[in-house]
Design a protein around this ligand. Structure first.
Ligand code: ADP
Length: 506
């Protein structure tokens, strides 16, 4: 756990592959094929949320660095072979997949070190994104970039119309800190495989999940200079520069709705294509015939495993009034049984919040909920046995007013808010009473009844009776202020393509 490794050039042998222990990541950015520090040499600190210690640094890139990276991506797109040679792209992404797989344990340690997520739940942070690289390499190889739609009636007789799918161009990818390696890969690799060049701007709190990716691309793949760039920085202006630059054709962003709005505004003057995966306030509609002892412990676990720092988490639990007390008891027991603690402990399910600022935001929202009349059933503070590290108690609030801040704002903490309802129609109305529309869940002993409710939720995704909507082959994204566009599935690949219709004789 104290094995802080500052040798960022290579893995450090068996110790580095042990799968546990804080590890400092790559400090340098990747710009135009070169791994380098910013000109001034300025660095910013990376903190392990589990012990509040500075565990290393990353280079503090500037707007000038970002401009260079965009220039390199522009040149690589306009003049290189990347945009036109799909077999070469496949070869490079398969190399990337193999390299990431070789460094899997190092990457796991980096993710736990900078995010503080429990090592026991790193599958979705590490293995899943590595698998995605192979998925997109194959998907993009097989994709039909020219599609004949047959002969159509036209002004001058008839026209055969062929659709051509082209890469969009230079893609700016701006990512958050909650699942950084996953999102760096999920935003970059379908874009790359579709023939775009990419400038990745990782979040300030988790730069290494980006810089490590940059190092692996530079040292272990044939991806040409400029095709993939990583610019890390402690300043929001560097991401803002990426979203405004006229040389950038598309911005893909995952993060808060507030930042999404700022990026959309910055992208508007040059009418960039945008893909946005923003906040959520998903509801879990528990119908009156549901097996509470099955669905509610699962709901509590989902709320805690990422310390609630997941946009798709169902944070509003809608319980039928007829089974309200029974449901609250089950939820309370499950929240209180969650093992919270050192993320390196394989028995732990909930680690710390990412930072003190985030923890204070969570505790502030809980306090506002109590002020607005909610009943604190359990939690609401800092665990007494964990005074160091940004830990928060699993928290359950009942009798929540559906219009109050805690029912409307994303908390991003291990907090469940419970709202009672009387009829199915009322449950649907409460679930849809949100500016967000990312995800949702329905539980019932009658799958058809649950499916009917799922169809009425105004969200991009719904899970019925624990059957997850989420996976690489199925489109994922939000309605309303939860986002624009879809990731994953065929739709997710096409987001990174422009469509040209060619009318021609034949
Ligand atoms: P948080 O505030 O919780 O860190 P954000 O959604 O603001 O989450 O941040 C996600 C990503 O957006 C980070 O990479 C951050 O640097 C970047 N970012 C923040 N503000 C801006 C902005 N105005 N323009 C572009 N990117 C930004």
């Amino acid at each position: 756990m104290t094995d802080t490794d500052t040798d960022t050039q290579t893995d450090t042998g068996p110790a580095a592959d042990a799968g546990t222990g804080i590890l400092a990541g790559e400090q340098r950015m990747l710009i135009d094929g070169e791994l380098r520090h910013t000109g001034s040499g300025a660095l910013f600190d990376v903190v392990h949320p589990g012990n509040e210690q500075v565990i290393g640094q990353a280079t503090d890139g500037t707007v000038a660095d970002m401009e260079q990276a965009i220039g390199a991506a522009r040149r690589a797109f306009d003049t290189g072979r990347w945009a036109t040679d799909v077999e070469f792209r496949h070869h490079c992404l398969m190399q990337l997949h193999a390299a990431l797989d070789r460094h899997k344990e190092r990457l796991r340690r980096i993710v736990v070190s900078e995010v503080g997520c429990p090592v026991s739940v790193t599958g979705s942070q590490v293995e899943d994104p590595i698998d995605e690289v192979r998925h997109w390499a194959q998907y993009g190889l097989d994709f039909a970039y020219l599609q004949d739609t047959g002969v159509h009636k036209a002004v001058m007789g008839t026209a055969r119309r062929t659709l051509q799918f082209d890469p969009v161009g230079v893609v700016g990818a701006i990512t958050p800190w909650n699942v950084p390696l996953y999102l760096n890969i999920a935003e970059s690799t379908p874009a790359l495989m579709a023939g775009n060049t990419v400038v990745l701007k990782p979040a300030q709190l988790t730069p290494w999940s980006g810089t490590e990716l940059g190092r692996i691309v530079a040292e272990e793949t044939d991806i040409p200079a400029g095709v993939f760039n990583v610019v890390c920085s402690n300043a929001n202006e560097v991401g803002a520069a990426l979203s405004a630059d006229p040389r950038v054709d598309m911005v893909t962003f995952t993060g808060s709705t507030a930042t999404g709005r700022a990026i959309l505004a910055a992208a508007a003057p040059t009418v960039k294509k945008t893909m946005m995966e923003l906040g959520g306030k998903s509801a879990h509609v528990v119908l009156d015939d549901a097996k509470l002892e099955k669905c509610l412990p699962m709901a509590a676990m989902v709320a805690c495993v990422m310390s609630g720092q997941a946009c798709i988490m169902a944070s509003r639990i809608l319980l039928p009034r007829s089974r309200y007390d029974e449901g609250i008891d089950i939820l309370r027991a499950a929240m209180e049984a969650t093992p919270v603690g050192d993320p390196w402990d394989p028995g732990v399910m909930q680690g710390p919040q990412i930072s003190e600022t985030q923890r204070q935001k969570v505790l502030g929202l809980v306090a506002s909920g109590i002020e607005s009349g909610a009943r604190l059933v359990t939690g609401g503070g800092i665990p007494e046995n964990l005074p160091v590290g940004y830990f928060t108690q699993p928290t359950l609030l009942a009798d929540v007013d559906p219009d109050s801040r805690i029912a409307q704002e994303e908390i991003f903490g291990p907090v469940l808010t419970v709202i009672p309802y009387d009829t199915d129609d009322e449950a649907v109305a409460i679930a849809n009473n949100s500016i967000y529309g990312l995800s949702g869940e329905v539980s019932s002993a009658d799958p058809d009844r649950a499916f009917g409710i799922a169809r009425r939720l105004r969200t991009g995704n719904v899970t019925v009776n624990g059957r997850s909507h989420f996976g690489i082959t199925s489109p994922f994204g939000g309605t309303k202020q939860s986002g624009l566009g879809r990731r994953n599935g065929d739709e997710g690949f096409r987001e990174y393509l422009e469509l040209k219709t060619i009318g021609h004789p034949g």
